[in-house]
Every structure is written in C-alpha cells, then in structure tokens.
Design a protein around this ligand. Sequence first.
Ligand code: GTP
Ligand code: MG
Length: 357
Amino acid sequence: TTQRRHASRQRFAAEFSQCLFDFVVQLLPTQEELAVKEDVRKLLERLIRTIEPDSRLLSFGSTANGFSLKNSDMDLCCLIDSEDRLSATDMVTMLGDLLERETKFHVKPLPHARIPIVKLSLDQSPGLPLGIACDIGFENRLALENTRLLMCYAMIDPTRVRAMVLFLKVWAKRRKINSPYKGTLSSYGYVLLVLYFLIHVKNPPVLPNLQQIPPLRPISPEETNLNGHDIWFFDDIQLIRQRWHSSNTQNVAELLIDFFKYYSKDFPYQTGVASIKSGQLMKASKGWQSDLDSPRYNDYRERNRFCIEDPFETDFNVSRCVTKDGLYTIRGEFMRASRILASRPERAIIALAQLCE
Ligand code: GTP
Ligand code: MG
C-alpha cells in the first residue's frame, strides 16, 4: 500500500503540474497589452520631461519583474538626473495638473502621502479591454533595485519559479487575501514568501541566495549603498545559470504542495521573521515583537503579527499591514489549500478549480 500511495501521489503531482502550467499561461498579459503599456509609459515620460527635462520614467513591480498577470497595474518611477530637482510633493502636484489638462486619464495626485504618488487610470477601449491603472512615484530607487532582484530570481529557474509565483498571486487574489489596505498581504509579500521557501526552506534549495554570493571583484561598501541600505546582489544571471544547478528536482506541483504545508504548520509565525537575505530570523533579535509605541507608526494597530523582512530595507517589515484577523484568514487559506491538495481529488483540474474558487 505504501508503494501504491507513493505512485498515486506522483501521478497526481505530474498531472497537477501540467494543469498549473496550462492555467498560468492563459493568465499572462498579451503582446498587445504589453505594447499599449509601453506606449503609455513613453507618452507619460514625454509629458514629465516638459516639467523636468532631465527625467526618466522607469517601470518597476510586476510589469518589470516577470511576474505580471493580465491587466496588472503599472508601477512607474520617475528619476530626475539633476542636482536641484523639485521635491516629490511638488512634482506630484505639478504633474497632476499637467495630466489633467493634457490627457484623458483620470488623475488623482497624492502629494502628501508617505510616498507621494500620482494615481492614473484609463477607461477600457478596444485595445485595452480592461483599462489601465498606473501609479507614478519619484526617486524610489530601492523599488527599482528590489524589482531587479526579483527578476533575477525569476530568470534563474524560469519554469518553476514563475509558475509558482504567478499561481500564488492569482490564488491570493481569488481568495481575497491580497489587500494590504484590508489587513492582508501585498503581492510583493507573497513573492518574498515563495522566494524564502525556495532559497531557505527547501533542502536541497531550488534557488541560490543571490545576496550572499561574493562579488567577482572587490566592491567597496559605498558602491552598493543606497540611502544607507546595502543593495548588493550577484546579478550576472548568465554566469549563475552556467555554474549553479539546483539538485532539487521536484516539479512545480510538489513544490506548491510543500509550500502550502510549510506555511500552514511549520513557519513560526509567533517568533520568526522570513528573510530572503538572511534566512530565518527571530522577531526578538530584530526588536520586532510588539511595537505598540514604535515611533515609526502613529496608529495603534499591531504591526508585527507577521514578519517578512525586505531584502534591502532590512528594518522594514513588508507585512506590517497584516492584522490579527488578516493573518488568521491567510493561515486559514494556507490550510485550506493544503487540505485540498492532500485529498488528491480524482482529477487534478478539480483540485485547481477548488483552490481558486
Ligand atoms: P501586482 O501589482 O499584483 O501584479 O504585483 P506587483 O508585483 O506589482 O507587486 P506590488 O504591486 O505589491 O508591488 C510593486 C512593487 O512595489 C514591488 O515590486 C516592490 O518593488 C515595491 N513594493 C511594494 N510593496 C513594498 C514594500 O512594502 N516595501 C518595499 N520596499 N517595496 C515595496
Ligand atoms: Mg503592481
């Protein structure tokens, strides 16, 4: 019976793996959508240059890291290469006015937000059946770097890493646990959970730790310092792909089953911090236990229920928005997914449908 159970498990995983790939492929943005988005970026860049001639508008987040789904929003960051540039607040106000005058976008400038941004949206049209949503921020160089880090991880093992991340993003959206504003986790947070699992939990690991591979030539700390944060990581992906081969041969379904199992019952939510840079850390050693009087936040919601360390801003908890209820819901969803997969329904497609119900 043990042998039979093993065979049945393998059959299910092989079938489920194939289902996952077929499912994820349909969710990718079309070439047309990508082209429209690039046109929008260029148009906006041209307009911004009428305010700041030395500026560049770069894309970050999912449109730039290889983890984008159909109709995902566009995250844009404006960099200004001159010494005496306007403040982000002024830029947001001026750009907001300009876009309102010159374009058909719905425009919402937020000059006084913690991170000042202009929010834009465009209604649906024939080339854009679902419209477009876009945020423009300023000088957010750390976000550009963490986007590049995520993209490098996606490129090391494109099949397994991308399929897992894309599936998890859709799953989290369908299960309604992807809203930092409502106490659950951002997409960025889920991506970090997947990477943490593939780098530090899986044994043998599926991914190397790019932030701990030494550089090929000596690099001074100043070169890799951005606003006081160490942004070094090994980014020669060609070389990594030649020299680093994971001895983990699990397929994407097996990895996903283990992922849900791990975050259902093994991750130490009470005391642990998931850090892709340093592995598992303790909340206590980072001073992240209970921070009701932390000066960084001015409301009284608990910020450190769930702890995911940002890869570069290591004093920043990416899941700070997750509330007690939010964490309860997220863990409940990990358990539900784990239960569905452990029950191995007759057909893998049924498991997939149930998971994303
Ligand atoms: P979708 O928009 O759902 O497709 O996902 P996304 O990959 O674009 O993720 P999200 O919108 O959550 O975040 C976009 C980018 O903003 C990320 O890739 C990060 O670069 C940055 N970002 C988001 N949240 C945080 C955060 O809490 N801390 C930091 N440092 N950067 C963040
Ligand atoms: Mg985004």
